[in-house]
Design a protein around this ligand. Sequence first.
Ligand SMILES: NC(=O)c1ccc[n+]([C@@H]2O[C@H](COP(=O)([O-])OP(=O)(O)OC[C@H]3O[C@@H](n4cnc5c(N)ncnc54)[C@H](OP(=O)(O)O)[C@@H]3O)[C@@H](O)[C@H]2O)c1
Length: 236
Amino acid sequence: MDLHNKVAVLTGASSGLGSALAKALVQEGVVVYGLARNRDRLTQLREQLGTNFHPVRMNLADRQMLSHWVEDTFSLDYGPDILINNAGVGGFEKIDEMQPDYWLQMVDVNLNGTYFITAQLAALMKQKQGHQHIVNIGSILGTVARSEGAAYCATKFAISGFSEALFKELRFYQIKVTCVNPGSIATDFFASSGITKHAHMLQPDELADTILYVLKTPDNMLINELTVRPLNPKAP
Ligand SMILES: NC(=O)c1ccc[n+]([C@@H]2O[C@H](COP(=O)([O-])OP(=O)(O)OC[C@H]3O[C@@H](n4cnc5c(N)ncnc54)[C@H](OP(=O)(O)O)[C@@H]3O)[C@@H](O)[C@H]2O)c1
């Protein structure tokens, strides 16, 4: 896809990988609608990136809010070419110690939010001419599980299945679907999820460049799944 003047919806734009993706996309001439809850961070990005970045304050778990925004912003004449489902929350605790609300939050954002926005935007993308692309940010923990990660792993394994089913369904509408499964990335995720950082994490801007590469592949080429790891996360 030639990215210039394309329209992208990017969830979780306010920090980490999402901010890096917003910057990389705007640099390529993409108009980006960046969704997240943190208004200050979105405003800062707008100041940094200019008018091609549209900050959208959104709680992805709020189906009605999402639905109103999609209806107010897009139509059959103006729809997105790219959807990047990047927003995510993670927490790692023993199954009998984790608060049920924490489980529900992960399911609401990582899984239900991804479903709500994808279902609404896919309806518009299917009507558009030309090729389009949906990228779902999964995790390496959607391919192998870790102890005390039942909730997070359940959502990310689900994203892997969701992505594969979608790629098989939407390919006939010229819509590519890619599931990107990263290993550890140097973002705020580590502070909020309670797991330990290490010295060799992936850098968000480098991963964003790799995702741009996936978006730019020729129309007839689909990378449907991509696992990206730090080369040496731990000492041997
Ligand atoms: N960091 C890692 O090691 C790692 C590894 C593999 C996969 N991932 C995945 O990579 C993606 C990006 O994570 P990150 O590492 O960049 O973490 P991050 O810096 O914590 O960013 C998470 C983003 O999700 C947004 N978000 C959370 N809850 C939301 C909600 N209810 N509504 C809307 N937006 C919400 C946050 O925005 P607000 O708080 O402003 O709403 C933030 O922009 C996630 O899907 C994560 O699971 C991360």
